[in-house]
Design a binder for this molecule. Structure first.
Ligand SMILES: [Zn+2]
Length: 84
């Protein structure tokens, strides 16, 4: 088992608000690079890629150019508030 700074799995909505895509993002503890795997909700293209890790995080579909954003989850916001 590795240690991770960030790890998530999300479903993605297309422009008609249907859950047709997904994304998983993984950032290792000693790394600033996000390992990304996505299925574009617009065209169904699947790719595994790497990107510099930053928030807010987004990936562009390599096939159709659809911008895939990683929305903040409500529970992540709650956790951030608790840290004060
Ligand atoms: Zn696409």
């Amino acid at each position: 088992m590795g240690r991770f700074r960030y790890i998530t799995n999300r479903t993605l909505l297309n422009s008609e608000n249907k859950e047709t895509g997904r994304i998983s993002v993984l950032v290792r503890a000693d790394s600033d690079t996000a390992e990304v795997k996505y299925k574009c909700p617009e065209c169904g293209f699947e790719e595994q890629t790497q990107k510099p890790w930053k928030r807010p995080f987004s990936v562009k579909c390599a096939k159709c150019g659809f911008l895939i954003r990683l929305p903040r989850l409500k529970d992540e916001i709650k956790k951030a508030k608790k840290r004060k």
